[in-house]
Write a protein that binds this ligand. Structure first.
Ligand SMILES: Cc1ncc(COP(=O)(O)O)c(C=O)c1O
Length: 396
């Protein structure tokens, strides 16, 4: 039986997998020790659990456990990476290259540093949502210290050419940071193969709890230095002070282990469902795919329905289907998403776009229901639209 509402906003956050919750539970009540308490068994048990989670998290990105710093999520990890490198490499240079479709966690961190004397290049993307590698290389300067390019985009799901970026960064002796929040646990990520020096990730996008994430910091070849942004008791080898969130970290570890094991099969299953949804919705007239059709995550599609306001469409659907307009719309400003605008779309297309992101608990029945509902809502809304009427008359 179909249970409503249908959740298709897995890129915003995922539910905790019950197996993750079960693993976390003892660490709230029974094994509640502080992982930094060195003098008794409560502390030892907590520390042991944290170190096991560190191994599980490291494994999913091909890192070694010592290269994992636990944080409160990907926003903090991104801040620590970018600000931490900017401060640690101040003598080498002050130029950072990023893209104009990064998550705000990266974009606004770069803008913050700009006010503190950093030079930032915000690279544009092509209309498929992917940067141009020759353009990236041309933007490198003698004072470039960091390239910060996301692994996969949260709104359109496109995957950046990470291996090429890593190779380029290595060739020019520049550090490479990637915000892999949407990629880890969904597609294979390998920091060694792709020459990634720093990587941000978060548990709540991979069926773990909210409020816990990690920064990977390479320790060899090169040994990356960062300046801590939170000072205190010297936890996480001095790079991030503060009592560790032991239950959260344990959950993050378990979530990584499950995703690592199930990722390949799950990607195939979700791609099938995503393609079914996408192909059916693209049958609607004047409907377009946002972003690359080839280089993208298997569980995401972002579609533009011309002559429809996505916010109005969402309002008609949101009692039964949870989706996102993929826009950074705030109630105060009706600006369309900066990511969609960066693709070169006019406001019309950007305003009519919806992001569907599928996940572990999505069923075929839910997809069939969504296809039917979205199709009929788009048709109804267009029938009421004077612009659609004009478009149809011009067609005749
Ligand atoms: C690409 C990307 N980076 C960073 C974040 C922020 O992650 P967190 O919620 O763990 O701070 C998100 C979450 O929306 C994201 O999608």
């Amino acid at each position: 039986m179909l249970k409503l509402p249908v959740y298709l906003d897995y890129n915003a956050t995922t539910p905790c997998d019950p197996r993750v919750v079960e693993t976390m539970l003892p660490y709230f009540t029974q094994d509640f020790g502080n992982a930094a308490s060195r003098n008794h068994s409560f502390g030892w048990k907590a520390e042991e659990a944290v170190e096991r989670a560190r191994e599980q998290v490291a494994e999913i990105i091909g890192a070694s456990p010592k290269e994992i710093i636990f944080t409160s999520g990907a926003t903090e990890a991104g801040n620590l990476a970018i600000k931490g490198v900017f401060e640690a490499y101040a003598l080498k240079g002050n130029h950072v290259i990023t893209t104009n479709i990064e998550h705000k966690a990266v974009l606004d961190t770069c803008k913050h540093l700009e006010k503190k004397g950093a030079e930032i290049t915000f690279l544009p993307v092509k209309n498929n949502g992917i940067i141009d590698i020759p353009e990236l290389e041309a933007s490198i300067r003698p004072n470039t210290i960091l390239i910060a390019v996301m692994y996969a985009n949260n709104e359109i799901g496109t995957i950046m050419p990470v291996a090429e970026i890593g190779a380029l960064a290595k060739k020019h002796n520049i550090l490479f940071f990637t915000d892999a929040t949407q990629a880890v646990g969904k597609i294979p990520v390998d920091v060694q193969k792709d020459n990634i020096d720093l990587l941000a990730m978060t548990a709540h996008k991979m069926y773990g709890p909210k409020g816990v994430g990690a920064l990977y910091v390479r320790r060899r070849n090169p040994r990356v230095k960062i300046v801590a942004q939170i000072d205190g008791g010297g936890h996480e080898r001095g790079m991030r002070s503060g009592t560790l969130n032991v239950p959260g970290i344990v959950g993050f570890g378990k979530a990584s282990e499950i995703s690592w094991r199930e990722m390949d099969k799950e990607a195939i299953r979700l791609k099938k469902l995503r393609d079914k949804l996408e192909i059916s919705l693209l049958e609607l007239e004047e409907t377009h795919l946002n972003g690359s059709i080839k280089q993208r995550l298997p569980h995401v599609t972002n579609l533009a329905f011309k002559y429809v306001e996505s916010d109005a469409l969402m309002m008609t659907l949101n009692k039964e289907i949870a989706i996102s307009s993929g826009s950074a719309c705030t109630s105060a400003s009706l600006e369309p998403s900066y990511v969609l605008k960066a693709l070169g779309w006019d406001d019309d297309l950007a305003h009519g776009s919806l992001r569907f992101s599928l996940g572990r608990f999505t069923t075929e029945e839910e997809i069939d229901f969504t296809i039917e509902k979205v199709k009929s809502s788009v048709k109804t809304m267009r029938e009421m639209s004077p612009l659609w009427d004009m478009y149809k008359k011009e067609m005749i």
